[in-house]
Every structure is written in structure tokens, then in C-alpha cells.
Design a protein around this ligand. Structure first.
Ligand code: NAP
Length: 487
């Protein structure tokens, strides 16, 4: 709808203005229109590995055009904008270059914190400037604008503090365990309710300026309280939700500033963040309602297994021989492959196996690793053909016919307890049926648990062999064995 109104604006605006102004305005609207279309295409393309790079590029061009359109479309003085640009680039560039792939969740949290702070500050400045510029006037800002502005600062400041908390937990700067206390939910609801009430009063009586800092404070406090009960491990899901809040805040800012591109981009961001957090909740068997209200992630530590069980460990030589004799191998990558940066070695092993005519596929669990798409990105980086990457629902039926399931640094996503153990914290989480393969081989460094902190019964199964060691070293050794045996 806003894309159409951008189009409709063109002739009216052009007719109303003259000379340089007219050109500037036409340029701004055209840039916004193209940017809006590119944002939509970017989201569409980002949803499939084959087009994801194109999507990323389209998003960048769109954002570049949006910035240029905004800068040239108004008679601005540029010195402060240049200062902001330099400071922003000085913070953003090192973050992008030096933070490893495994730290992307916390990097995303920081980006949301900055974006949300910007939205809250713009809203605050807009509010106070209105009264400053109109000192002595009796007129108030219209209620619709005040409603949008209140929502903008409410969402902006709660996302700011919430994202900073999420960053602190993911980066181990704050205790990662869930922090809980009596009547926590009641307190959370009360503070959120009070923040909304303050926003409503400000909408009706915008001149009660003393209420504005209270709105900001209540929202900021709710952001902190929202994240407190969430364990560091469940944080990526909440980050997707905070992404959604930051987007909605930007969209509200678009209404307040009458900037249609901000409305479009914010709405896209808000909707995609929401969809992502719902998808992640489903894949991790969490309640979405609990995420919304900050009563999430209180996973009980699993009871320690009673009897002592033994596992069978194997060597890369033996494992390579088994794989050579196989006609189909399904590789299950997980967080350990990401930490070990083993994807290039995995590619070497994949090449060796396919050279021998073994059918090799990769089973991708929606939450393998620490963020959605984590495995796809790493495997794409190693140039594994996209058609070899198969989603969980499509590959699960193939495990019973498969000769070898090779688990590389994955743990929870292949734990059969999720299917039958009602007491397990991951009960109900959809898993990859690796245990149904004829032979399972699992690469990990020790018997330590994964993200959910629980033992994995798969390792004790009769058809499972353990390959202990760092994923990069073990897969490298497997590739070497296969290479040597091939000549
Ligand atoms: P996981 O359950 O965390 O297990 C990873 C395994 O990798 C560990 O058991 C660890 O065992 C091993 N490992 C670590 N470093 C290694 C290395 N250098 N070499 C070899 N192995 C190594 O991982 P997952 O199976 O991928 O499951 C992901 C988990 O994260 C799920 O519980 C999911 O719910 C959660 N999660 C995912 C997302 C998402 O969006 N993807 C978001 C939030 C939470 P050792 O220590 O013995 O080596």
C-alpha cells in the first residue's frame, strides 16, 4: 500500500514544487520506490540458499539508495551526518570483520540495540522539538501522531535495553542462567501495562511532558526484565523477536516523520522477525507466548543418567573404510562443525566420497548451530552444491535406507530422547532421525553435552561409533584416508 502511495506522490509532488526542489523531491521519491522494491526482493531471495547472495546484495543496494535519497531529498547540512557516518562505520566495520560466525547472534543483538536506540532518540527529539518550536502555542500534536510516537519510543527503548541484556548474556558478560524471582511474570505484566497506560495518557494529553521520561524508563525497565529469565542458550529466539520490535519501532517512526520508506522497511523487518521467532520456537519446541512475555528458557537441568553406559569409539581409518563401502552417506552438521570451522575439510571429504560414487547429502536441522541458517551459510562458504542440502522434513524419510549417518559436532538435533522421553527438556523438539541409519558415526571431542545440557542416548546405541576429536582434525583425517585409499 505504501509502495503505491509513493508512486502516487510523484506527480503531485512534482507539480507542487519548482526548480531544484522539484528535482530533489523527484529523486528522493524515485530512490525510495526502488529501495522499497529492492527490500521486498531481498527478503524473497534471502529465503533460498541459491539466491541468498543476490538477496543480500539487493538489500545493500536498497539501503544505499534509501540513504542517498534521504540525504539529497532535503536541504540538509551535512557536517553532523558525516560525523555520525564515521562513528557508525568505525563501530560497525570492525564488528562485521572480526566477530566470528559463531558470534553472529550477539552481533545481531548489538545491531538491534543501536537501531532501537536510534528510533527511541528520534521519537524523543521529535516530541520535545514540537513543544520547543511551538512554545506559546496552544495546539498539541495530533493524537494519531502521538500514539505512533509513544509506540515508537516504547518499543525502541525496550528493544534497546533488552538487546543489550541479550548481548551481555551471549557474550558471557552477564550470567547466562535464567534469573528468576517470585511474582516475576506479574511484575513484568504490570510494568508493561503501566508503560502502555503512560503512552495512552500522552496520546490524549501530549502536553503532560513530565510523563514522557516515565514512559521511556518503564519501557527500558521492561526490556531488562523481559530478558532476565531467559537462559543465554535460548537467546537467539528472543533476538529474532527483538528484531521484530526494532522493525515495528522504525515503522512507527516512519508514520511520525511521514517517511514512507521507513514504514515499508520497518514493517518488513517487524514481520520477518516475528515469522523467524515463531519458526525457531517450533523447531525448538518452545512456547511462543512465553517468549513474548519473558517467561521463557527456564529449562530444567536434566537428571544425570543413572547407570553407567559405554560407547564404542573408532578411528578415522576404520570410519573411512565404512564410508567407502557405503552407497549413501548423510552428513549432519552442527554447532561443533561451526566452532571448529571444519566446513572446508567437510568439502574435501565430500569430494572424495562423491568421486567414488557415494551419494552424499547434508541434513539441515532448522536450529542446528546457534542461529537459523547457520549450517547453510557455512556449507555455502565451502561451496557445497546447494542441491545436496536437504531440510529436516524432506530427509528424515531417507535415514532408514541410508548406510552411514555422519554427525559432525551436532548433538541435541539428533537426540532420540526428543521423540520419547517426556522428562527431557527437549521432548517434542523435532529431530533428525540419524539413529535410524544402518551405521551412525559421531564426531565430537568428549562425552560433554550440547546446548540443552543433556546426555545423548544416540551415542550409546549399538549402531553408533564415536570419533573423538576436534571436528576439523577428524574430518581432515577422514578426507586424507579417503584420498590415500583412492589411489
Ligand atoms: P549442540 O547440541 O550444541 O552440540 C554441539 C556439539 O558439538 C557438542 O556436543 C560438542 O561436544 C560438539 N563440539 C563443540 N566443539 C567442537 C569441536 N571443535 N569439534 C567437534 N565437536 C565439537 O549443537 P546442535 O546439535 O547443532 O544443536 C543446536 C542447539 O542449539 C539446539 O539445542 C538448538 O535448540 C540450540 N539453538 C539453536 C539456535 C539456532 O537458531 N540454530 C538458536 C538457539 C538455540 P564436545 O564438547 O564433546 O566436543
Amino acid at each position: 500500500m505504501h509502495m503505491l502511495s509513493l508512486l502516487a506522490d510523484l506527480p503531485t509532488t512534482a507539480a507542487a514544487l519548482t526548480g531544484d526542489n522539484q528535482l530533489q523531491k523527484i529523486f528522493e521519491i524515485t530512490a525510495y520506490l526502488i529501495a522499497g522494491a529492492l527490500f521486498i526482493l531481498a527478503l524473497k531471495w534471502l529465503s533460498a540458499p541459491t539466491t541468498a547472495r543476490r538477496g543480500n546484495f539487493a538489500g545493500q543496494i536498497g539501503m544505499g539508495l534509501a540513504i542517498i535519497g534521504a540525504l539529497l531529498g532535503h536541504g540538509l547540512s551535512y557536517q553532523w551526518i558525516i560525523v555520525g557516518f564515521v562513528v557508525g562505520a568505525a563501530i560497525g566495520a570492525p564488528m562485521a570483520i572480526w566477530m566470528p560466525m559463531t558470534a553472529v547472534p550477539q552481533r545481531t543483538a548489538l545491531s538491534h540495540a543501536f537501531g532501537a536506540l536510534a528510533a527511541a532518540l528520534v521519537g524523543t527529539a521529535h516530541y520535545y522539538l514540537f513543544f520547543y518550536n511551538n512554545a506559546g502555542l496552544t495546539e498539541n500534536p495530533p493524537p494519531t501522531i502521538m500514539a505512533m510516537l509513544s509506540l515508537e519510543v516504547l518499543l525502541g527503548s525496550l528493544t534497546f535495553t533488552g538487546s543489550l541484556m541479550a548481548f551481555g548474556k551471549l557474550q558471557d558478560l552477564l550470567p547466562t542462567r535464567p534469573m528468576v524471582f517470585p511474582f516475576q511474570k506479574t511484575l513484568n505484566f504490570t510494568i508493561l501495562g503501566l508503560a502502555f497506560l503512560t503512552g495512552i495518557i500522552l496520546t490524549i494529553h501530549p502536553d503532560m511532558t513530565w510523563l514522557f521520561p516515565i514512559l521511556l524508563t518503564l519501557a527500558a525497565l521492561f526490556g531488562i526484565l523481559l530478558i532476565m529469565p531467559i537462559g543465554g542458550a535460548d537467546m537467539p529466539t528472543v533476538i529474532a523477536l527483538l528484531n521484530s520490535y526494532a522493525g515495528l519501532s522504525a515503522s512507527m517512526m516512519g508514520f511520525v516523520l511521514n517517511n514512507k520508506l521507513l514504514i515499508i522497511a520497518g514493517a518488513l523487518d517487524g514481520a520477518s522477525g516475528l515469522v523467524l521467532s515463531i519458526v525457531m520456537c517450533k523447531a525448538m519446541n518452545r512456547s511462543f507466548a512465553n517468549v513474548l512475555f519473558g517467561a521463557f528458557g527456564q529449562v530444567q537441568a536434566a537428571a544425570a543418567g543413572g547407570e553407567k553406559r559405554t560407547v564404542r569409539s573408532s578411528t578415522p581409518e576404520e570410519a573411512a573404510q565404512i564410508m567407502e563401502a557405503a552407497s549413501s552417506v548423510i552428513i549432519i552438521p552442527g554447532y561443533g562443525m561451526a566452532v571448529a570451522q571444519a566446513q572446508h575439510k567437510v568439502r574435501e571429504m565430500f569430494d572424495q566420497l562423491t568421486k567414488r560414487g557415494v551419494d552424499v547429502k547434508f541434513a539441515i536441522h532448522p536450529v542446528a548451530g546457534r542461529m537459523p541458517g547457520h549450517m547453510n551459510v557455512l556449507l555455502a562458504e565451502a561451496e557445497i552444491p546447494y542441491d545436496r542440502l536437504v531440510e529436516m522434513d524432506d530427509i528424515n524419510g531417507e535415514f532408514p535406507q541410508c548406510d552411514v549417518a555422519l554427525v559432525i559436532g551436532a548433538n541435541d538435533v539428533v537426540n532420540p530422547a526428543a521423540r520419547h522421553d517426556k522428562n527431557s527438556p527437549i521432548y517434542g523438539m523435532p529431530i533428525l532421525d540419524a539413529d535410524k541409519a544402518k551405521t551412525v558415526m559421531a564426531i565430537k571431542r568428549s562425552m560433554n553435552p550440547g546446548f540443552a545440557g543433556i546426555e545423548n542416548e544416540l551415542y550409546y546405541a549399538d549402531n553408533c561409533l564415536m570419533l573423538f576429536g576436534d571436528a576439523k582434525a577428524v574430518v581432515g583425517a577422514l578426507a586424507k584416508e579417503l584420498g590415500e585409499n583412492g589411489h
